[in-house]
Write a protein that binds this ligand. Structure first.
Ligand SMILES: Cc1cc2nc3c(=O)[nH]c(=O)nc-3n(C[C@H](O)[C@H](O)[C@H](O)COP(=O)(O)OP(=O)(O)OC[C@H]3O[C@@H](n4cnc5c(N)ncnc54)[C@H](O)[C@@H]3O)c2cc1C
Length: 432
């Protein structure tokens, strides 16, 4: 008797974005019978944002905090990675436009994260430096090193001071971390390696709109972070908002005017509005409004997870914080639901807060656990340990660990490399 082997008809699940949320979701679903997975990302690697500041401040190389997406899924059979930027969504025909082609979907998950928010100020957008991706971090590293090199050669004291002034807009964890790293640069690297410079001429200024540094954490963490930054020679301007920056001078609504060639923008984020979705799909900060199952209200076959979504509930009228933990937990919950064909058995998402932490230079970090707050060396060790285990790939963990040990004892930024684009960039690419 002839037996017919029936192949299950797999549903097409398209996942947009392979950051914390997209990667976690793909890892939980890539071996399931139900789905043929199409993962789309404009980068061919997953990047680890908590360590961007270390790349920008010469502590780590970019390869240590990135992991090639194809390698992660080399044993997955019903999985396809597409290295393209998603352009638009056709919700009626259930198609996603990527590059020059379209991918059909039965279910779509949007996990595209957020971009910097400039509150409509185009000049600030054009002249400031971002810290939202590895290319941003490398560009900022070049800018920091080039400014210091130029200052080292400069004989005009006023120009030199301007080159050595680094302004950071935003005193949240990202702003405080890069400020702390620059503080270390000023303290340890300038005196040793740039003999013609007086390190006191290097100014690192954090401008924060609220009255506190890292105001999203506890009072204890906030006070300690401010103290740690000041110990590293970082100046704090609190309760002020940057109004303008023309590439030369930063002005604030409190009347400050600071000459600088480097403004680092960490002050706010927003989602991207994709053509094809309706205005009513978006909430404040262009975040996609989702129900407690991460479903878009108008499209039950479309889901959004991670930073790009906003889940408003009675208990959390402002949604969950935009953190890696939230993104990963939403991904795991959604993966479980998508594996469950009976929608009535789906589980609502609820964020379990494991605590938060931030690092401010060597031996200084702040940690908030549910009932316990601490700061200093123990917090610093804990920060290093947690971030090391969170990094993807054994090679990345080993290289990062060696780099940290080396930096700890040598007090040298061992990656002070200014890698200018080659002249090949100006020529057309073959085939263009
Ligand atoms: C400097 C910095 C430091 C941070 N530090 C911490 C920390 O210490 N702890 C913490 O919990 N959180 C931290 N965060 C926040 C954390 O990074 C985010 O909460 C987390 O990345 C959100 O995950 P996500 O998957 O939603 O988005 P992301 O991780 O940003 O991933 C989005 C992915 O989508 C891709 N993508 C975007 N648009 C498109 C498109 N149109 N087409 C194709 N692909 C696209 C991107 O390439 C990216 O891979 C930090 C963030 C920054 C910027």
């Amino acid at each position: 008797m002839n037996e017919t082997i029936s192949t299950p008809i797999r549903k097409k699940l398209v996942i947009l974005g392979c950051g914390f949320a997209g990667l976690q979701l793909s890892k939980h679903l890539d071996k399931t019978e139900e789905y043929e997975i199409y993962l789309i990302d404009k980068h061919n690697y997953n990047e680890f944002s908590p360590l961007f500041y270390q790349v920008a401040s010469c502590g780590l190389d970019s390869g240590s905090i990135c992991f090639p997406i194809r390698r992660e899924f080399k044993y997955s059979t019903h999985f396809h990675f597409c290295f393209e930027e998603m352009k638009s969504i056709d919700t009626e025909k259930q198609l996603v436009q990527v590059g020059n082609f379209q991918i059909p979907y039965d279910k779509l998950v949007i996990a595209t994260g957020v971009v910097s928010r400039y509150f409509g100020n185009d000049a600030i957008r054009d002249y400031s430096f971002d810290l939202k991706s590895v290319p941003d971090a490398l560009l900022l590293r070049d800018q920091i090193l080039l400014s210091i090199e130029k200052a080292n050669e400069c004989t005009d004291i006023e120009v030199r001071k301007k080159l050595l002034t680094f302004v950071i807009c935003g005193g949240g964890p990202a702003g405080a971390e890069i400020a702390g790293a620059l503080g270390e640069f000023k303290k340890f690297i300038i005196p040793k390696q740039y003999k013609r410079l007086d390190s006191r001429d290097m100014r690192i200024i954090v401008i924060e709109g609220s009255g506190k540094i890292i105001h999203s954490m506890s009072e204890h963490a906030s006070t300690k972070s401010a103290q740690f930054l000041q110990e590293l020679g970082v100046e704090l301007i609190l309760g002020a908002h940057i109004q303008n920056y023309d590439g030369k001078t930063v002005t604030t609504d409190k009347g400050d005017s600071i000459d600088t060639q480097t403004l680092i923008w960490t002050a706010g984020v927003e989602g991207v509005v994709f053509p094809g979705l309706d205005k009513t799909d978006y909430g404040p900060g262009n975040r996609l409004l989702v129900d407690e199952y991460n479903r878009l209200k108008n499209h039950p076959e479309i889901f959004a997870i991670g930073d790009c979504c906003l889940m408003i509930t009675d208990e959390k009228p402002r949604g969950d914080p935009q953190l890696a933990q939230v993104a990963m937990q939403q991904a795991v919950n959604l993966a479980c639901n998508l594996k469950q064909p009976d929608v009535s058995k789906w589980k609502k998402f609820s964020y379990y807060d494991k605590g938060s932490m931030a690092i401010i230079g060597r031996n200084r970090a702040v940690v908030d656990l549910k009932h316990h707050h601490f700061a200093g060396r123990t917090a610093w060790w804990l920060w290093l340990f947690i971030h090391l285990i969170m990094l993807i790939g054994v090679r990345n963990k080993v290289v990062t660990f060696i780099n940290w040990v080396w930096n700890y004892f040598s007090y040298d930024g061992n990656l002070q490399l200014i890698i200018k684009p080659s002249d090949r960039d100006k020529k057309p690419m073959p085939g263009e």
